[in-house]
Design a protein around this ligand. Structure first.
Ligand SMILES: [Zn+2]
Ligand SMILES: [Zn+2]
Length: 341
């Protein structure tokens, strides 16, 4: 099969012929229809300690249809069924796996990192970590479930966003998903702070009630207060670069919550006393639960969630490596997807 292969930091992904996957006993192979490019893919292909191994096929925001099933797979996983899921291979038997929280499985191996990923014609997935999508969920929607689940999980990990004043720092795909679910779950003022104006426009479409360009104001907190008439109850840090936690602590008011969603693998510095003085709840969150995928798929199937426009570009293999590289620099894209066929 064809796949986009990582050849080392600073080199574009290479479209090559690689071995077809064979399903394990509790796995299915899906023919990939769409696979979104994530900030994690870009980060994993940069030069640092946690970079992907050379030869990895990245991609974990996949959707596709079943073409092969392992020996122990239940008959409900039929050839042609639409599938997406949590991109982990796990044991399937431990308590976290049974509860749909495979992130905590001791045997976790991540698709697109340690396992071949979705930037390929086919990808092999665990049935216990996957969901069968209703027919009415289209390919683009299906591939957006994973990034939307990141935001949903973060919102669910707060004390509740209902009627709260919320500041979202950063309007990349994660910040947008957070804004979306804050609105969905009844947030009051949902203010996004983002220097890219095009992203701010998108944020307003997907749940933000107001946006701030931090480069154009002297004092973000004062601006938030002016817009909302109150200080933020919850701050979501959705950027993931060093310094952002300290900044979020600075914006926070006494007793509020800081939810760290932006994935940062570098050393970061903040002064604990600054957070202590405000008796903040600082919560670090990551990934999602299986029920998040099921919830979003159900809402999409009943047309209660319409986020298809978050996909701002679809490319085939010919343009994929370039499209992937282009996302490393400031751009006005929200989500770009590979369509292998
Ligand atoms: Zn992702
Ligand atoms: Zn497990």
């Amino acid at each position: 099969m064809k796949a986009a292969v990582f050849k080392g930091a600073g080199k574009p992904l290479s479209i090559e012929s690689v071995k077809d996957p064979t399903p394990g006993s509790n796995q299915v192979v899906i023919e990939v229809k769409r696979c979104g490019i994530c900030g994690t893919d870009l980060h994993g292909t940069e030069d640092h300690e946690g970079a992907l191994a050379i030869g990895t096929v990245p991609g974990h925001e996949y959707v596709g249809e079943i073409v092969a099933a392992g020996s122990k797979v239940d008959s409900k996983w039929k050839t042609g069924s639409k599938v997406t899921g949590i991109p982990f291979h796990t044991c399937g038997n431990c308590i976290p796996c049974r509860l749909g929280r495979p992130w905590q499985c001791a045997k976790i191996s991540i698709v697109g990192m340690q396992e071949p990923g979705g930037f390929a014609d086919y990808v092999c997935v665990d049935t216990h970590n996957s969901i069968i999508l209703p027919e009415s969920v289209d390919w683009i929607e299906g591939a957006l479930i994973e990034p939307m689940a990141v935001g949903l999980h973060a919102v669910k990990m707060t004390s509740g966003v209902n009627a709260k004043n919320i500041l979202i720092v950063g309007a990349g795909p994660v910040g947008l998903a957070v804004a979306y679910w804050c609105r969905f779950m009844g947030g009051y003022n949902i203010v996004v702070s983002e220097p890219e104006e095009l992203r701010n426009t998108t944020a307003l479409k997907y749940g933000a009630t107001a946006t701030i360009n931090p480069n154009e104001v002297d004092d973000l907190s004062a601006e938030f207060l002016k817009i909302s008439g109150a200080e933020p109850d919850i701050i979501f840090e959705c950027v993931g670069i060093p310094g952002m936690i300290a900044e979020s602590i600075e914006f926070a008011t006494y007793g509020s919550e800081v939810i760290v969603v932006g994935f940062c693998t570098r050393q970061d510095f903040f002064v604990p006393a600054a957070a202590m003085a405000k008796e903040l709840v600082v919560r670090f969150v990551l990934s999602y639960h299986k029920e998040d995928f099921e919830f979003i798929a159900g809402l999409m199937a009943s047309d209660r969630v319409d986020v298809a426009d978050m996909c701002t570009g679809t490319v085939g293999y010919d343009d994929f490596a370039q499209a992937f590289e282009d996302l490393r620099h400031p751009n006005d894209h929200c989500k770009v997807m590979l369509a292998p066929d």
